[in-house]
Ligand binder design. Structure first.
Ligand SMILES: [Zn+2]
Length: 304
């Protein structure tokens, strides 16, 4: 049996997948934010409960919102910045009393979609998350590609390519850099762009959600259309580097912005304009497993 844990900034979820590939149990708890020991205890409790319900013990894979140093097992690059510097690999091994495989949550997403999701049958899957943050994971032949620094897929912390004068230096990122892609193409960044230019005061306590701005765009709101066009252009610029270097067999999209149907109409043309190759045949598709991909992919980390 495979047990997956998605250690997210908002919730921690555990899932058991039986030998037949079917989900047996799935449980979730709110993340005790900024409470590292509390998170470890929550993970231990969730794993124990899914194993009790399944009546078996399993291997455990954990997806985290960052990665671990492959030599020391210490967390790095996590958007939940309080996780950085913690000996996550050692602590999870001790807490769960077994070897634990750990991967970036976007890598888990990529694996889940590559194994039996939207990317099934494709050799190199580049999975893009356009949600509250923005990032990516790479799966090759159904396995996460990590690299010697566990840094593969850290697409969101590259600078926005071909910035115009208004895009320099760009907004500050939690990683300490400026103008990271994540700060331009997350759903939050899309909403921020709209609010920055909206003439009405929307108030800090009730900002419009990205989905509401998309609805305004569909109703003909000119600013929403402009902001959407600029958003798609930025996503295209960001992905053009990926296509130029890796030329993945498919691009799979997850996160809230991946639910916007217009993305699949508007992005391919803009991306084709940005890539070096004059031909562009890469399929772009929404993820199949949605919110479940993180926890499913964590479980698949032990699939041999
Ligand atoms: Zn950054």
């Amino acid at each position: 049996m495979l047990v997956g844990v998605d250690w997210g900034g908002t919730k921690i979820e555990a899932m058991a997948i039986g030998d037949d590939g079917q989900t047996t149990t799935r449980l979730r708890e709110m993340t005790p934010r900024s409470d590292y020991e509390g998170c470890l205890a929550t993970i231990a409790s969730l794993v124990s409960r899914v194993e009790d319900e399944a009546g078996a013990s399993g291997t455990v894979g954990v997806g985290i919102p960052g990665s671990v140093d492959p030599r020391t097992g210490i967390a790095k690059g996590a958007s939940s910045t309080w996780l950085n510097g913690k000996p996550v690999a050692e602590d999870l091994r001790r807490t769960l009393k077994r070897e634990v495989r750990i991967a970036n949550d976007a890598d888990c997403f990529a694996v889940s979609e590559a194994v039996d999701g939207a990317g099934a049958g494709h050799h190199v899957v580049f999975a893009v998350i356009l949600g509250s943050g923005a990032g990516a994971g790479i799966a090759v032949a159904g396995k996460a590609h990590h690299g010697p620094n566990n840094g593969a897929g850290e697409w969101g912390h590259n600078p926005l390519p071909k910035p115009d004068v208004t895009e320099i230096p760009g907004p500050a990122c939690y990683c300490g850099r400026y103008g990271c892609l994540e700060r331009w193409i997350s759903g939050w960044s899309f909403a921020r762009d709209y609010h920055t230019h909206a003439s009405i005061d929307l108030g800090p306590s009730q900002p419009l959600a990205p989905a509401e701005i998309i609805e305004r765009m569909r109703q003909g709101d000119r600013l929403a259309k402009l902001v959407w066009s600029r958003y798609v252009d930025r996503v295209a610029r960001g992905l053009s580097l990926v296509v130029n270097i890796l030329d993945p067999d498919i691009l799979v999209f997850g996160g809230g912005m991946a639910n916007v149907a217009e993305l699949y109409d508007d992005l391919p043309g803009k991306l084709a304009e940005q890539t070096f190759s004059p031909c562009f045949y890469t399929p772009l598709t929404p993820a199949l497993h949605g919110d479940s991909s993180g926890v499913r992919g964590a479980a698949w980390l032990w699939k041999e």
